[in-house]
Design a binder for this molecule. Structure first.
Ligand code: MV4
Length: 507
């Protein structure tokens, strides 16, 4: 088994990996930038090292610094988490060259999946279904000819892209030239690689992905799917497992394809094969993510497996400790990504000091957090604070649990998107699992329902009344104002709960 793992990341995922290390008897090494000296992940590490200024390129993205800490601390492996260096093939290769195990796939598999055109060629050779289109970079003239052949609308995509960057929807022949040129220059600017290719456009697809695990002895298994269609600007907002539209037959077919994709790429460790699924439930390979993903906990809850334990065991050279037929799915899990951002102000990041933090818990609730009360969320990184995950026997109960957990959650001092989740979880389309990748944009473009607006005003008025009552009461008996003095007022009203929570929040 590995003895000491350097975790080249921060926030909740660094904490998540360090917890697994502790459970497996593996020492952990943390790294932190100047603004993260007091970050939560530093307190979870067995030892921690400063790696430079706040700017990620000088700290968490600095390959030389991280390898230097690995050598100095005598770590035998590096876990990259997600983001930062996790999908950087150069980093994986530099680790290998330094004799340090990179906990992830080989650099060659990362390079293959990093080029969308190369990945499509490999998937074509492996018999994996992919979106119709080209599998090589195109000139404008070639794009025009191909679009005429497969029919509009089409998408122009950057070969080096992924996650929605360098992508253009083209609805008519007249839009092709400007769309092509915009995609090309965006690709050049973002990736220093202007190669673009073309795909047929899939209307309002669902985004469904399959988790795979591959050991270094040729064994590959899949761990069911995750439904990730609730997104905004190509950022996932809610993920769940299983998907309401995937039955056992579709699951087995998608799983077999995902395993085939991983095998043909020479993949090892944890990975995810992303698919677009159309209204007729046809599925198409989209890309493969060569890392542990943010949303891995929903898979852990429905499979009962610990993906980080398994990553460490695979990286140690162990065989997978189970076979495909041993993988069973049970229950339903939903994850909400809690961000320091302001939904009322175009989701603008809202870093700052967490003045008060009351965390949800209880049956079927998991919170993977990277923050604590009193911590100052820096503005230098992705403002995700935590992931709230609810698990229950079925989807309806998982939604109810999530609603309950959201009601328990209080984050004071900064703006968060907690309120947005309450809206999503009670939306009739979400409850009915009618979620495609356009769901959240549709919800956000609807004006707040009048009844909701009235409810909010009533809440505000009720809270004001509760505060007034409390202050009046304290004036007459000379005690400190206390919301609890409103206890003789009518029970089980929304305002009363809100006032109680407020009183917790302002201690
Ligand atoms: C598409 C598509 C429709 N047709 N490709 C967006 C992110 C990137 N990974 C691929 N994306 C899409 N590619 C074809 N041929 C629609 C999207 C898309 C999308 C995909 C997954 C999740 C959310 C999305 C939101 C808008 C568009």
């Amino acid at each position: 088994m590995l003895k000491k793992v350097l975790v080249a990341n921060r926030g909740e995922i660094a904490v998540r990996v360090m917890r697994a290390c502790r459970e497996m008897g593996v020492a952990s090494v943390g790294v932190y930038s100047e603004v993260d000296r007091a970050a939560l992940h530093v307190t979870h590490a067995d030892e921690a090292y400063a790696i430079g200024p706040a700017a990620a390129r000088e700290s968490y993205l600095n390959i030389d610094k991280i390898l230097e800490v690995a050598r100095r601390s005598k770590a035998d492996a590096i876990h990259p988490g997600y983001g930062f260096l996790s999908e950087n093939a150069k980093f994986a290769r530099a680790c290998a060259d330094a004799g340090i195990k990179f906990i992830g796939p080989p650099a060659s598999a990362m390079e293959l999946m990093g080029s969308k055109t190369r990945a499509r060629q490999a998937m074509q050779a492996a018999g994996v279904p992919f979106v119709p289109g080209s599998s090589k970079g195109l000139t404008l003239k070639e794009a025009e000819e191909l679009a005429a052949k497969i029919g509009f609308p089409v998408m122009i995509k950057a070969a080096a892209g992924g996650g929605g960057k360098g992508m253009r929807l083209v609805r008519t022949p007249a839009e092709l030239k400007p769309g092509f040129e915009t995609a090309q220059s965006e690709a050049q600017r973002s990736f220093n690689d202007s190669e673009v290719y073309l795909e047929k456009y899939i209307d309002d697809p669902r985004h469904i992905e399959i988790q795979v695990l591959a050991d270094e002895h040729g064994n590959v298994v899949f761990l069911g799917e995750r439904e990730c269609s609730v997104q905004r600007r190509h950022q996932k907002v809610i993920e769940e497992a299983p998907s309401a539209i995937v039955d056992e037959d579709l699951r087995q077919r998608m799983g077999a394809v995902a395993v085939q994709a991983a095998k043909s790429a020479g993949y090892t460790n944890a990975g995810t094969v992303e698919f677009l699924v159309d209204a007729e439930r046809n599925f198409y390979f989209l890309e493969m993510n060569t890392r542990l993903q943010v949303e891995h906990p929903v898979t852990e809850l429905v499979t009962g497996l610990d993906l980080v334990h398994l990553q460490l065991r695979i990286a140690s050279g162990e065989k997978l400790p189970f076979q495909q037929e041993d993988v069973t799915l049970r229950g339903h899990a939903i994850e909400c990504r809690i961000y320091a951002e302001d939904p009322d102000n175009n989701f603008f990041p809202s870093p700052g000091k967490i003045q008060r933090l009351v965390r949800p818990s209880g049956p079927g609730v998991r919170e993977d957090s990277g923050v604590y009360e009193g911590w100052n969320v820096p503005l230098d990184y992705d403002p995700m604070l935590s992931k709230l995950i609810a698990f229950a026997p079925d989807r309806a109960m998982a939604i109810a649990r999530m609603q309950r957990a959201l009601d328990e959650y209080f984050i004071g001092g900064i703006k968060t998107n907690l309120g947005l989740f309450r809206k999503i979880l009670q939306h009739p389309d979400f409850v009915a699992a009618k979620i495609d990748t356009g769901f959240l944009d549709r919800l956000l473009s609807q004006p707040a329902a009048p009844s909701q607006a009235v409810d909010e005003k009533q809440d505000v008025a009720a809270i004001a009344a509760a505060l007034f009552t409390a202050i009046q009461a304290s004036k007459s008996n000379g005690t400190k104002p206390s919301i609890h003095s409103a206890d003789e007022l009518p029970a089980s009203t929304a305002w009363k709960q809100a006032a109680r929570k407020e009183s917790v929040g302002r201690k």
